[in-house]
Design a protein around this ligand. Structure first.
Ligand SMILES: Nc1ncnc2c1ncn2[C@@H]1O[C@H](COP(=O)(O)OP(=O)(O)OP(=O)(O)O)[C@@H](O)[C@H]1O
Length: 299
C-alpha cells in the first residue's frame, strides 16, 4: 500500500474530531472521504499533509513516516479557495510549479496542456481577480497538480463548479489516475464519488462507519431498490411480501425490499397478465446509502 492511516485520533482539548481512524490507499487509486460538515475530512487531510499533528496514531507513505518525506511529491487543493488576485493565470501556474521544485523550462508543456484542457486559453494573460469564481477554482486546481505530484489531495474539488466544469474535472482526475497519481478527495456530492472512487471511507463525527470498496458497501444493502412502471395500484403493491417501503414518483413506483429474494414473487404478481413498462432491480445509490448510514440530510 502507498498511504496508510493507522488508528489516528485528533483531539482538540476534550473534543474528538477524528476518532481511531484507519484506512489504506493503494498506488494509482482514487479514494473518497465522505461525510457531513464537521465529520473530520479536512482535519484528516491536514494530518496527512503534516499541517497538524495526530494526537494518536501514525500516517505512513510507502512505509515511511509521512513527516519524513519530500513534500514535493504532494499536491493539495485546500478547502479555502484563494489565488493571488493580481497575478495572471499563467504566472500563477508557473509560480506554484516552481514553488514545488520544478524548473520553469520543465513546466511549459504542463502549463499549456492544462490551460487548454480546462478551457482557459483566452484567460491565460488575465489577472486572477478578473476571472469568475469557477474559473478561479480551475486555476487553483491546476496549481495543485502542475508539479505532477505522486499523491494529490483535493478538498471538495467539485463544489462551486457548473456541470460542464464538473465533467472537465472528473475527466482530469481520471487522466491523472491513468498516469499513476494516487488521489484522495472529499465530496458532499455523492454522484461524483460514485463515478470516480475505487474505495471510500464514510465518516460520521470523526468515526468511520465504513471503509472499503464501493461495491462492498452496496452489497451490504443488496439489490433492494425496485423500480416498477405499471398501472397496478399502490395499495396492491404495498401488500406484497417483502415490500418495506413504497414511493410514488411521477410515472413509476420505487419499492424498498426487505431483501432481493422477494423480487421474483413481486415480478410474478405484477407480470400476471398485466402491462409492465419497467421492472428494474438495483443497488441503492451512494447518496441513498449515505443518508441511511449518516441519517438526516446530505449536507
Ligand atoms: N482548530 C480547531 N479547534 C477546535 N475544533 C476544531 C478545530 N479544527 C476543526 N475543529 C472541529 O473538528 C471537527 C471536524 O472539522 P473538519 O474541518 O475536519 O470537518 P470537515 O469534515 O472537513 O467538514 P466540512 O465538510 O464542513 O469542511 C469540527 O467539529 C470542527 O469544528
Amino acid at each position: 500500500m502507498t498511504l496508510s492511516i493507522n488508528q489516528v485520533t485528533k483531539r482538540y482539548q476534550d473534543f474528538v474530531a477524528v476518532d481511531n481512524l484507519s484506512f489504506t490507499i493503494e498506488k494509482g487509486e482514487i479514494f473518497g472521504l465522505i461525510g457531513q460538515n464537521g465529520a473530520g475530512k479536512t482535519t484528516t487531510f491536514r494530518m496527512i499533509l503534516d499541517l497538524q499533528e495526530t494526537t494518536e496514531g501514525t500516517i505512513m507513505w510507502n512505509e515511511k513516516h509521512i513527516n519524513s518525506i519530500n513534500r514535493d511529491i504532494l499536491g493539495y487543493l485546500p478547502e479555502e479557495r484563494g489565488i493571488f488576485p493580481a497575478m495572471t493565470v499563467e504566472s500563477q501556474l508557473y509560480f506554484f510549479g516552481e514553488l514545488r521544485g520544478k524548473l520553469r523550462k520543465d513546466l511549459h508543456k504542463e502549463v499549456d496542456y492544462w490551460i487548454e484542457r480546462f478551457e482557459l486559453e483566452d484567460k491565460r494573460k488575465a489577472k486572477a481577480e478578473t476571472l469568475s469564481k469557477g474559473n478561479q477554482q480551475k486555476v487553483q486546481l491546476i496549481a495543485s497538480f502542475i508539479h505532477q505530484p505522486e499523491f494529490l489531495i483535493l478538498d471538495e474539488p467539485f463544489s462551486g463548479l457548473d456541470p460542464v466544469n464538473k465533467d472537465l474535472l472528473k475527466n482530469a482526475i481520471l487522466e491523472l489516475k491513468e498516469k499513476g497519481t494516487t488521489i484522495l478527495f472529499s465530496s458532499h456530492q455523492m454522484d461524483n464519488v460514485e463515478e470516480l472512487c475505487d474505495h471510500l471511507c464514510l465518516l460520521k463525527r470523526g468515526v468511520s462507519l465504513f471503509t472499503g470498496s464501493l461495491l462492498d458497501l452496496k452489497k451490504q444493502y443488496g439489490k433492494t431498490k425496485l423500480t416498477i412502471r405499471t398501472d397496478i395500484s399502490k395499495e396492491k403493491l404495498e401488500k406484497l411480501d417483502g415490500v418495506k417501503d413504497i414511493q410514488v414518483g411521477k410515472d413509476q413506483y420505487t419499492l424498498t425490499l426487505e431483501d432481493e429474494t422477494y423480487a421474483q414473487s413481486i415480478f410474478d404478481f405484477v407480470s400476471d397478465g398485466k402491462y409492465i413498462e419497467k421492472f428494474s432491480l438495483d443497488y441503492l445509490t451512494l447518496d441513498e446509502i449515505f443518508k441511511d448510514k449518516v441519517g438526516g440530510t446530505n449536507v
